[in-house]
Design a protein around this ligand. Structure first.
Ligand code: ZN
Length: 98
């Protein structure tokens, strides 16, 4: 594809990968804009779903610990704010503080 600007994401950890995006965007003059969350599997839009809508799909321990669930409108992947999300938010906050 011609005419598309891209950032090569590198690194072995989430922190390194997020940092490579920030560095690549700055070097390429690409503005990063936080938008609505997208599915990490297919890029589809995520929508907030009620817990009772997805209770059969969620492991019981997760259902007890979380109230908010998001479902991809394209592939049906289910998400919640688990430990991976908390780690990514922590990395994002540190990048905001730069
Ligand atoms: Zn999806």
């Amino acid at each position: 594809m011609k005419g598309f600007r891209a950032i090569l994401v590198t690194g072995d950890s989430d922190r390194e990968r997020v940092r490579s995006i920030a560095v690549g965007a700055e070097a390429g003059g690409i503005e990063l804009v936080r938008g609505d969350p997208l599915c990490s599997l297919c890029g589809g839009d995520l929508r907030l779903v009620r817990k009772d809508e997805v209770s059969a799909e969620v492991p019981p321990a997760v259902g007890r610990r979380h109230r908010l669930f998001f479902k991809c409108g394209s592939c049906g992947q289910l998400y919640w704010h688990g430990s991976h999300w908390k780690k990514l938010m922590s990395v994002a906050r540190r990048l905001d503080d730069r």
